[in-house]
Design a protein around this ligand. Structure first.
Ligand SMILES: Cc1cc2nc3c(=O)[nH]c(=O)nc-3n(C[C@H](O)[C@H](O)[C@H](O)COP(=O)(O)OP(=O)(O)OC[C@H]3O[C@@H](n4cnc5c(N)ncnc54)[C@H](O)[C@@H]3O)c2cc1C
Length: 390
């Protein structure tokens, strides 16, 4: 909700933690962050480290409910603190076996000589990142669901339902890090991502330390997967656009693997950022801004990278700096997302063409999993040439 006048006019039952007068700037936060997933925690930490007064509101318990595979490039450890790898690491992955059909169909392996990615405890990762934000001085509060946002000329008012009832906060700037179905985005009238895929996950208890994930191009326009998580078992998952019978495809996957699964969960995956993710005093980061990889749906690294751009560019006293954030994250990720979209188109090619392409391209690669533009990198070229030397 945006409002030109200075008085928010929000219901009288609201207990006001901070006065509504724009003159009372001493009582105002520099930033209120809504949602404490990876980008919310990362932005809160970086802004607090820069000396800003930061309040971060999370509707539930941090990291819960789980709706993510936690399969990330090893770059994730550049965003974490001491002891994180020992605590959160589950398995290391060198490559992916692509299948045009189910578990018993031919496998086309793509792999790196070095570790390509890690599988991590995603709930633990969120808690770790939130702890880092707290240590940096951010006030991180769980159990606070933001229900309304009003943008004024000189501040933003945020209403949240917390353990003690309804509370209102004020900030010079608002960071909407509240995920794919962002309330902040809706309240501010910002455009929606182009697409919201439906993802499902479930786990079996088989211990599996293999260093390959399996990718099945069976559901229309996206894929299903099997991820070995070391002692934490094996994860089976699938994502597809609305209209696809996700449950039916998922049951076929599980039946094909002849395995029992439990702990089913699901979530949305936004693909295709809207044209604008900022207003006069607010900005979106992470899934709220569809800062994801179009060919995998992965968003942990892109969201934290974008949070760093936001922290670097945005000065809460100078709303015009929001334009610099829009430019910075797009300059960094736009080409990757455009190329990622082209890669995703290959998931919809006719099966015989997929087989031909996978057969021709499989083998050692030198591509960074978050950077499709590295298809043109010297390391990928070296990997391709090494195939001929053998
Ligand atoms: C099935 C599935 C598998 C995935 N696997 C991977 C993967 O392997 N690797 C990868 O990189 N990415 C993966 N992703 C994507 C990844 O989960 C997201 O890109 C990432 O979590 C983005 O973080 P976020 O904080 O923007 O969103 P979220 O993780 O959704 O966090 C948003 C936070 O905001 C809180 N919130 C929401 N509304 C409010 C409100 N009104 N008030 C207060 N708080 C609120 C939520 O409780 C939540 O904690 C997967 C996604 C799905 C659905």
């Amino acid at each position: 909700m945006t409002s030109p006048e200075d008085d928010a006019g929000i219901g009288e039952t609201v207990s006001r933690s901070y006065l509504l007068s724009g003159e009372n700037v001493a009582d105002m936060y520099d930033f209120v962050v809504v949602g404490v997933g990876p980008p919310g925690a990362r932005f809160a930490r970086r802004a607090a480290e820069d000396g800003y007064d930061v309040l971060a509101l999370e509707k539930g318990s941090i990291g819960e409910p789980l709706a993510c595979s936690g399969h990330v490039s090893t770059d994730v450890w550049t965003f974490t603190g001491e002891g994180a790898r020992e605590e959160l690491f589950q398995n290391e992955i060198y490559g992916a076996r692509f299948h045009v059909g189910g578990p018993h169909s031919d496998a086309y392996p793509f792999y790196k000589r070095d570790v390509a990615s890690n599988v991590v405890d995603r709930v633990g990762l969120d808690r770790h990142l939130a702890d880092l934000a707290r240590e940096a001085g951010a006030d991180v509060r769980e159990g606070h669901t933001v229900t309304a946002v009003t943008e004024h000329r000189d501040r933003v008012a945020v209403v949240a339902n917390g353990p003690d009832g309804t509370v209102e906060f004020e900030a010079k700037m608002l960071a909407g890090c509240d995920g794919p179905r962002s309330r902040v985005r809706d309240e501010l009238g910002l455009p929606q991502p182009e697409e919201l895929l439906h993802g499902v996950l479930a786990f079996s208890e088989e211990e599996d330390h293999q260093d390959f994930v399996d990718v099945h191009l069976t559901p229309p326009t996206f894929f299903a997967w099997r991820i070995p998580r070391g002692e934490a078992g094996v994860e089976y998952g699938l994502a597809a656009p609305p209209g696809v019978q996700v449950t039916k495809h998922f049951e076929e996957l599980i039946d094909g693997y002849e395995i029992d699964v439990s702990h089913r969960c699901s979530g949305a995956i936004p693909i295709g950022p809207p044209d604008r993710v900022t207003t006069r005093r607010a900005f979106l980061v992470g899934d709220a801004a569809a800062q994801t990889k179009p060919f995998t749906g992965g968003g942990i690294l892109y969201s934290m990278t974008s949070a760093d751009h936001a922290a670097r560019e945005i000065d809460p006293d100078r709303p015009t700096t929001l334009a610099a954030y829009e430019r910075a994250w797009r300059d960094d990720l736009e080409r990757e997302q455009t190329l990622g979209r082209w890669i995703r188109r290959a998931y919809s090619l006719p099966e015989p063409v997929q087989r031909l392409g996978l057969g021709a391209l499989s083998g050692e690669i030198g591509v960074h999993m978050d950077r499709p533009t590295s298809l043109a990198s010297p390391s990928h070229l070296r990997a391709l040439l090494s195939r001929f030397r053998r």
